[in-house]
Ligand binder design. Structure first.
Ligand SMILES: [Zn+2]
Length: 285
């Protein structure tokens, strides 16, 4: 039998099987979604620097923007944030087609943004018009008052914003109880690589571990049929993060067998422990 969510196989005849790892990960997704959605719903200004949970989202995004299944959400989020930044609240279908290429059509993607109340889709003169709502403006306005805004800040904000959208998709995937429910997902597909990669990377610090061994990542992904090339890319990205002191991983060392051991940044372990214990968020003012 095959796990409905991650593709893990084991012997048996149960039809709607969900593996132990996915069941545990479900709790993490639920807690994280409540936390992040709360930030987006309640706050007047959404500032990534004062909310470590948003930094965490942005630091986890290296998995999403290279992934062909999820890249489109990053591109659209980027377009929306850039517009909001310039006090513009309208995107035409023509602009959308110019900035983001897809062969799959817009309907399913735009539906997600509508469900999250980020945009409203209207039709004018035979084309779609996307009206940008409050949430994107709140994110953009956190930084707008700065005198000089560099491109990096805009990119980082777009990453957080697409992180929010993708977390919502994972939250929807979390609600899948059997394989029929896949029709509720955009394009009737599960972002399985995203789910499996984040499952191994987030579960460790959530359970209180300070580091993760590359061998564990290889085995975990391999058991779920994720191609070894993808696995290698993730490990390379983790390694690369240690060059910059602000990412999800702060340090790398070798174990006795010569495998790399990635140490999570302190804020990651602190933040996930807080979420696990259900403590409320503290903002750095
Ligand atoms: Zn599973």
């Amino acid at each position: 039998m095959i796990c409905v969510k991650c593709g893990y196989t084991k012997r048996g005849s149960e039809t709607d099987f969900i593996c132990d790892d996915c069941q545990k990960f479900s709790v993490i997704i639920d807690n994280l979604w409540n936390e992040v959605n709360g930030v987006f719903q309640e706050l007047e200004v959404i500032n990534p620097e004062t909310d470590p949970v948003l930094k965490f989202l942005s630091d986890s995004s290296f998995i999403t923007h290279d992934n062909p299944q999820t890249r489109i959400f990053y591109k659209i989020s980027s377009l929306i944030i850039n517009k909001a930044w310039n006090h513009d609240d309208t995107i035409t279908e023509l602009e959308l087609n110019r900035s983001v290429s897809t062969t799959r059509g817009w309907r399913d993607v735009l539906k997600i943004y509508e469900e999250l109340d980020i945009i409203e889709v209207k039709t004018e003169k035979y084309q779609r018009i996307l009206k940008i709502k409050d949430k994107a403006q709140k994110v953009a306005s956190a930084w707008r008052s700065l005198e000089s805004i560099d491109k990096q800040i805009v990119n980082r904000t777009a990453l957080i914003f697409s992180g929010y959208v993708l977390l919502y998709i994972l939250y929807k995937m979390n609600k899948m109880r059997d394989i029929e429910d896949i029709s509720q997902m955009p394009y009737s597909r599960r972002p399985r690589t995203l789910w499996v990669s984040l499952m191994i990377l987030w579960s460790k610090p959530y359970e209180g571990e300070k580091s993760i061994n590359e061998d564990e990542i290889t085995k975990f992904l391999g058991r779920r049929g994720i191609p070894s090339g993808t696995s290698l890319k993730i490990k390379q990205s983790l390694h690369y993060m240690t060059k910059d002191t602000t990412g999800m991983i702060q340090d790398v060392s070798l174990d006795k067998d010569g495998n790399r051991v990635y140490k999570y940044s302190d804020y990651v372990t602190i933040e996930l422990e807080r979420i696990r214990e259900g403590r409320t968020r503290e903002r750095v003012e």
